[in-house]
Design a protein around this ligand. Structure first.
Ligand code: SF4
Length: 344
């Protein structure tokens, strides 16, 4: 039976008409699903029992549940979600002084095989549907209230999977998260992170994407980048640069580059110089990430190299932020927990 959240609001209205119910019932159902975030027909308390029964007979709810959770001593919380078909994805809640950010997944596993990423080693199972992405938001928002006393403030598509390889479902979820008749989050509080799928960056630009765009760059040297991110062979740096220039022209946005510093791989001053040169073409912010090396072949850069790298970029007047790793004691990096559960 089809999940009610797999059909459009228009299709719900058609179904309502077929049942001989008044037209406003369609609005009530849509509001329950996307604004109140109900996850069962019993929670639709604004509907009569007979309406709920009809829904029950026609549709299902394929909800995600939290199968496992762990909390780090730094307050980061990590969740293993179980989907209706028992597949697993991960989400992470990251509190900071003024916000709580949820990192959510867009695919079960990932086909891109980035070498530093635990998800990349798992292979790809399937795309998530919009409601499965939306469920991660609902479940982590509940946890944010429980643990930190307020709603999620930010959402990043930086969990398992490459969001631009599941374009429609991710855009569908962002629609329901931002629509006034949905959760109503501001676009500025959502960031989509991609390894740089050139074709889809043009599509984002042409569709006037309004949330933030982050690119996992990790190197501005083609050879090193192709080693770290095999998918960059078909999305080489010059093409990525041109696509990002187009994106900035169309949307007027600033790009965020994510750059994880790996010891003796991409952390020299020559690497910093290449990065600075690559950033010349458009307004950027650079996030320098400390690597969470649990179970990986790569090592995190030592502090002095990290400082040199940051200082070099700042001397070039670039906007640079340094992000410390979080939740190392709970396998908080993307894919670590699901890998562990699969291995069990
Ligand atoms: S870093 Fe992202 S794109 Fe690369 S393998 Fe991991 S999940 Fe996939």
């Amino acid at each position: 039976m089809r999940d009610i959240r797999e059909i459009t609001i228009e299709q719900i209205s058609t179904w309502v008409a077929e049942q001989g119910e008044p037209a406003f019932r369609g609005k009530q159902i849509a509001e329950s699903l996307w604004k109140r975030g109900v996850r069962s027909f019993d929670e639709m308390s604004n509907l009569s029992l007979s309406s709920r029964k009809k829904l029950h007979e026609s549709f299902s709810f394929k909800t995600a549940t939290i199968e496992h959770e762990s909390r780090s001593k730094d307050q980061t919380a990590k969740f293993l979600f179980s989907l209706h078909d028992k597949k697993k994805v991960e989400g992470v809640l990251i509190p900071s002084r003024e916000r709580v950010t949820a990192c959510i997944s867009s695919q079960v596993g990932c086909p891109l095989g980035c070498r530093f990423c635990a998800t990349g080693n798992m292979g790809f199972t399937r795309n998530l549907q919009s409601h499965e992405i939306f469920d991660q938001y609902l479940l982590m928002n509940q946890k944010s209230r429980e643990y930190f006393g307020h709603d999620l403030s930010n959402l990043v598509f930086m969990g398992m999977g490459e969001p631009l390889l599941n374009y429609e479902a991710v855009m569908g979820a962002i629609h329901y998260l931002t629509a006034p008749r949905g959760i109503g989050l501001s676009h500025s509080r959502i960031t989509l992170s991609t390894v740089g799928i050139v074709k889809e960056i043009y599509r984002l630009a042409d569709e006037n994407f309004r949330a933030g765009l982050a690119v996992s760059l990790h190197s501005a040297d083609e050879r090193i980048r192709q080693h770290l991110i095999p998918a960059s062979k078909t999305n080489p740096l010059p093409e990525l640069q041109t696509a990002l220039q187009y994106y900035v022209q169309k949307t007027n946005a600033r790009i965020t580059f994510e750059y994880v510093l790996l010891h003796q791989v991409n952390d020299s001053l020559q690497d910093a110089a290449k990065l600075a040169h690559f950033c010349k073409s458009f307004p950027v912010k650079i996030n320098i990430l400390e690597y969470n090396e649990t179970g990986s072949l790569f090592k995190s850069s030592p502090k002095h190299k990290r400082d040199d790298f940051l200082n070099f970029l700042m001397d070039k007047n670039l906007i640079v932020q340094s992000r410390r790793k979080k939740g190392e004691d709970i396998d908080a990096a993307c894919g670590q927990l699901a890998t562990r559960e699969t291995e069990k």
